[in-house]
Ligand binder design. Structure first.
Ligand SMILES: [Zn+2]
Length: 404
């Protein structure tokens, strides 16, 4: 009798104590596959250009974390391939070579889309992802990471738009002609957005190119919000209140972003997810290399840069890092949800540009994120919003406000 009573009490209080029954894997996958999923930032075009990666084959991390086969496995419907150029000294020659490289990355992306048109298609409209998904194809969008290739020539923005570029990350790890970077060791140069940068924003608004505030300085972010008539995205940034990195967004920035109707796409890069343990040998060794990168990389010739990249990956492999997990990532999503609501957060992995977690090493492992959100009580509706609903809302709005 007493046993039965205790049993009844346990049943009654179990919802309160959080003893929830885990959802079967097949149900998690059902939710995941029903969502229109997008990863808004991968640096895979760099590997296409440098190593001739074949996107129609199943590759493995760390060589590559993205290909069309693993997109299928991970239920990823749409992706933004970033044509990334690193910031070098702003000489006409360097701008020209960044411009050529960006076009080369776009070329390689287009060639891959054409080669595997049975699997994917180039996408340029917000509505393309859903349409292509219904046709059984993955949507491949293009972003430009770093406005450096634009130099000071506004007409290049339209040129990149015509080639399919639908967002531009205004800067990378150093200041450029558009704005200040969050990471330039020299500090601010324009006190935010430059006069030219303001024209860039207006031009992007007119064309319907999303403004990506990842990488730019806090002041530049607030300037962008002032100038832009459309909501903006952070294609791959995380929460600074959790991981104290200047690449991440403060709570105040996230509140401002939400007010503007924009979205923060949480980045899966370890240091942006969790504060690094500074006592490890790895941290010290990588910090030495990071200092060299910050002070000397842009002065190196191609050969020296490739030797440096090799040293970077050798050192990284020699002192492997305890990576954060999907749980740590979902802490960031929780934080944004609690701060401003579920409508302003999504996912931008930064795969092939440093992104990767212990249990989310490549795009095939994206269902792990859905499982963790489900475990934490996110509704299906919330999960759909995080995986794409929020981002595509912004994309549609940017198109709607454009003048073409
Ligand atoms: Zn980046």
């Amino acid at each position: 009798m007493l046993g039965l009573l205790i049993f009844k009490i346990l049943i009654l209080i179990s919802p309160l104590t959080g003893i929830a029954k885990e959802m079967p894997e097949s149900d998690i996958l059902k939710i995941h596959n029903k969502a229109l999923t997008v990863d808004t930032h991968v640096d895979t075009p760099m590997i296409l250009v440098n190593q001739g990666l074949d996107l129609g084959k199943r590759n493995t991390p760390p060589e590559s974390r993205v290909d069309f086969i693993r997109m299928q496995e991970g239920g990823l419907d749409a992706i933004f391939f970033a044509a990334f150029t690193s910031q070098k000294e702003r000489t006409p020659e360097n701008i020209e070579s960044a411009y050529k490289l960006a076009h080369q990355m776009i070329d390689s992306t287009l060639v891959s889309c054409e080669k595997y048109k049975n699997l994917v298609s180039l996408a340029t409209r917000a509505s393309d992802a859903e349409r292509l998904n219904k046709e059984g194809l993955k949507a491949i969008y293009i972003g430009l990471e770093n406005g450096f290739p634009i130099g000071t020539d506004l007409s290049r923005i339209k040129e990149f738009y015509d080639r399919g570029v639908r967002y531009i990350t205004l800067s990378h790890s150093k200041n450029n002609d558009i704005c200040d970077s969050s990471s330039d060791i020299k500090g601010p140069e324009h006190n935010g957005l430059s006069e030219f940068g303001k024209q860039v924003i207006m031009k992007m608004n007119k064309l319907g190119i999303m403004i990506d505030v990842s990488h730019i300085s806090d002041k530049a972010f607030y300037d962008v919000i002032q100038i832009s008539n459309a909501p903006v995205i952070a294609s791959h940034s995380s929460v600074r209140a959790i991981a104290n990195h200047n690449r991440n967004m403060t709570d105040e920035m996230i509140r401002t972003l939400a007010k503007n109707g924009g979205v923060i796409q949480i980045c899966l890069l370890d240091d942006y997810i969790k504060n690094p343990d500074q006592t490890t040998t790895r941290y010290k060794k990588m910090q030495e290399l990071r200092n060299i990168y910050n002070t000397h990389f842009d002065k190196m010739n191609e050969e020296e840069q490739s030797a440096f990249r090799k040293l970077w990956s050798e050192t990284s492999n020699k002192y492997p890092k305890q990576l954060p997990t999907v749980k740590d990532l979902v802490d960031h999503i929780d934080h944004v949800k609690n701060l401003v609501g579920i409508d302003y957060v999504g996912i931008g992995s930064d795969f092939d540009g440093g992104g990767g977690l212990a249990d989310c090493q490549d795009v095939s492992q994206f269902p792990n994120i859905t499982r963790e959100m489900q475990n934490r009580g996110y509704s299906e509706e919330d999960i759909y919003k995080v995986w794409g609903g929020n981002f595509f809302r912004v994309f549609h709005k940017v198109e709607e406000l454009a003048e073409n």
